[in-house]
Design a protein around this ligand. Structure first.
Ligand code: CP3
Length: 355
């Protein structure tokens, strides 16, 4: 339902946010919930606002960003908003020639496959490069009231995969080829991407974001040994360089069952778990000192209501053994999802008895 003035639901806020408390492992009065890709094509009001405006252009229009970010907060009363932008926005902002092709994803005109190219084409991100982000975050913070805004960035490996492949890839062959065969080029690329990601997170938190999520969506393509050697140091660098900001740091990837312990060790406060891992097992792998986020299979929302409810309850039950649990899907909301199914899911999570 619409809430007057765009303010968040009382459940979502209060002066102590259940979302922030769960991230920190503090006591909550309800299990907090938000959804990756909660803003986007599953919402008719999103499709209407975006009509005729290219994705990357929409990210540079603060009023549009505020409206799109607020849409799922108003509709669902979720416990957090996720900033409407994209992981490639900071790359575009430092001058990489790329676009987001509808139905495909980010496409890079001239892939980056050498040390020279990385050094020449990936300069540092300055706050002035993304003034529209600062403006949109400030606007959001005042609209959101007590509901926290989550800022985000793409992690070095996932960004590298788009830059090296030139677009989405199933097997990430070229990315791994570079990683295995050109350590200098790999280090130049990953170091610069770590700096860009950290700077992009800092801009959002400086403007008022109260948590950050580092998306390493495609890192599940790696073995644990390769993750530790080629990726973890750079993810750790991003996470440690925003530690001083004092906001919870969430770290998420898809297909990361074998990597969860290492991703936790990279330094996040909360580790996102995808649906392939039983959440109780995921909590074991993440370890006692961190909270977890997840992990209902996004396709479960296409099941009959009783199946959705049983599976959501199983996630909630498993979440009890965590230091803190933020309910979410195991990956983003699929565009064909019925928004009413998400609304019912939020109600179910909010009515679940804690303690
Ligand atoms: O609610 C939200 O999460 C909105 C903010 C958001 C978007 N992209 C908006 C978007 C976030 C957090 C992202 C992150 C992102 N972008 C990731 C990491 C998260 C994940 O899903 O694993 C990745 C891998 C990308 C790269 C990217 N951008 C892809 C794969 C796509 C989808 C391409 C398609 O059309 O299927 C995009 C485009 C994109 N980013 C859309 C949205 C709402 C769809 C654009 C449209 O409406 O046409």
């Amino acid at each position: 339902e619409e809430r007057p003035g765009g303010t968040a639901s009382p459940q979502a806020g209060g002066t102590t946010s259940a979302f922030l408390a769960a991230c920190r492992g503090e006591k909550v009065d309800h299990v907090p919930v938000w959804f990756m890709r909660q803003a986007g094509r599953s919402l008719p009001e999103y499709r209407k606002v975006r009509e005729g405006v290219p994705m990357l252009e929409s990210c540079t229009r603060p009023e549009m960003v505020v409206e799109i970010t607020m849409q799922p907060v108003r509709r669902y009363g979720v416990d957090a908003a996720i900033f409407y932008s994209d992981i490639v926005v900071p790359l575009k902002a430092v001058g990489v020639d790329l676009d987001i092709v509808p139905g495909t994803g980010p496409v890079v005109d001239e892939p980056i496959r050498t040390r020279k190219a990385a050094e020449k084409r990936l300069r540092a991100l300055e706050p002035d490069d993304v003034r529209y982000v600062t403006e949109a975050v400030r606007g959001l913070v005042s609209e959101l009231g007590d509901t926290p805004l989550i800022g985000f960035a793409g992690a070095p490996f996932t960004l590298a995969s788009y830059l090296v492949e030139g677009g989405p890839s199933r097997d990430h062959r070229l990315t791994k080829e570079l990683m295995y065969s050109a350590p200098d080029a790999w280090d130049a690329l990953m170091s610069r991407l770590a700096d860009i990601a950290a700077a992009f997170l800092r801009v959002q938190v400086d403007a008022g974001a109260r948590a950050v999520q580092l998306f390493d969506s495609w890192v599940g393509t790696l073995s644990r040994a390769d993750y530790v050697r080629y990726v973890k140091p750079y993810a750790a660098k991003v996470l440690s360089s925003v530690a001083d900001l004092g906001v919870p740091r969430i770290h998420f990837g898809v297909g990361t069952g074998e990597l969860l312990g290492e991703m936790a060790d990279a330094g996040a406060d909360v580790v996102g778990v995808d649906w392939r891992v039983d959440l109780a097992e995921g909590i074991e792998r993440v370890g006692k000192g961190r909270s977890v986020q997840g992990n209902l299979d996004p396709t479960v929302l296409f099941a009959p209501q009783d199946v959705i409810e049983a599976k959501a309850r199983a996630v909630l039950e498993a979440g009890r053994s965590a230091r803190g649990h933020v309910f979410n899907l195991g990956h983003g909301v699929l565009p064909a999802t019925d928004p009413d199914a998400l609304a019912r899911l939020v109600e179910l999570v909010h009515s679940y008895e804690v303690g």
